[in-house]
Ligand binder design. Structure first.
Ligand SMILES: C[S@@+](CC[C@H](N)C(=O)[O-])C[C@H]1O[C@@H](n2cnc3c(N)ncnc32)[C@H](O)[C@@H]1O
Length: 276
């Protein structure tokens, strides 16, 4: 593992998502949207609440918050994502918004949520400081990340296959922060505590997700991710074949009848900005 090049990593993510908006929505939408209600509950989003959805992607949390009667803005760095979100949810406002330097004045939201936002940011501490800056006193922050690969097996089977093929990160992918850093509950809580949030809690949400076939699962993963797909496409053809063979083997224990049932596990952290 080389040194983290934060600016290069952020630029790689921002560019990468421009090409993955539709693929992400097709594949990940079905299960990241399952976290939306717990996330909105943790942020106490209801009628009249002014909410920001950071790294909003296709806008699942923003749209559901609007359904609850909240007044919502979604912000994302990728134009392809804000364009897709606007198309899918024309009733909600989606804008360009870098999570590490939000284009909003301080104390302008009652709630900030980020569904799988942190993992894509080179400077998570700076981003959380930004989320807290734009929160009104007493406002709530709620964030999700994937659990460790031993629990989030739908990611674990892929990473096991990469490891079995002894495939290292390609030289042209900038090193980013450790992907599973905030799967550790203490580390996740510390991130929020460091910003002086109160009532900080981290919990696990687990369920299983069904895939029709290894092909559907593999194509969806590669079509809807930035870092993971680059990890495969940067290998030689032979190593790519090895990873794919390892993946086909790794998913077999999860076969139920003619489908694959993969465990999904998520950490949800929430806290409140102190009242003035
Ligand atoms: C895994 S997707 C999460 C999408 C969505 N929140 C959901 O519920 O599924 C990550 C999103 O983060 C966005 N992103 C990456 N870096 C960002 C940054 N610095 N600021 C804002 N958004 C960013 C990407 O464009 C992408 O839409």
């Amino acid at each position: 593992m080389g040194e983290i090049d934060t600016d290069a990593f952020n630029a790689f993510e921002a560019t990468g998502w421009e090409a993955k908006a539709v693929g992400y929505d097709h594949f990940f939408g079905a299960f990241t949207s399952r976290l939306v209600d717990p996330l909105l509950d943790a942020a106490e989003v209801g009628p009249g609440v002014r909410m920001l959805d950071v790294a909003s992607g296709p806008g699942y949390a923003a749209a559901q918050a609007a359904e609850r009667g909240a007044s919502v803005v979604g912000g994302d760095i990728a134009e392809a994502m804000t364009a897709l979100a606007s198309r899918l949810h024309p009733q909600v406002e989606f804008v360009y918004g870098n999570a590490e330097a939000l284009p909003f004045t301080g104390e302008s939201f009652d709630a900030v949520v980020g569904n799988f936002a942190l993992l894509h940011l080179g400077r998570p501490e700076q981003a959380v400081a930004e989320f807290v800056r734009v929160l009104k006193p007493g406002g709530r922050l709620a964030l999700t990340v994937w659990d460790a690969p031993e629990q989030a097996r739908f990611l674990g089977v892929f990473l096991d296959a990469v490891a079995a093929a002894e495939a290292g990160p390609p030289d042209d992918i900038p090193h980013g922060p450790p992907f599973f850093r905030f799967s550790d509950e203490q580390e996740f809580a510390r991130l929020l505590n460091e910003q002086q949030l109160e009532e900080v809690q981290v919990r696990t949400i687990a369920f299983s997700h069904s895939f029709g076939s290894p092909d559907e699962f593999w194509d969806g993963l590669l079509g809807g991710t930035v870092r993971m797909s680059a990890l495969v496409s940067g290998q030689t053809d032979e190593v790519q074949r090895e990873i794919r063979a390892g993946f086909d083997q790794a998913v077999e224990p999860y076969r139920v009848d003619d489908r694959l049932e993969l465990p999904v596990s998520v950490k949800l952290a929430a806290g409140r900005k102190p009242s003035a």
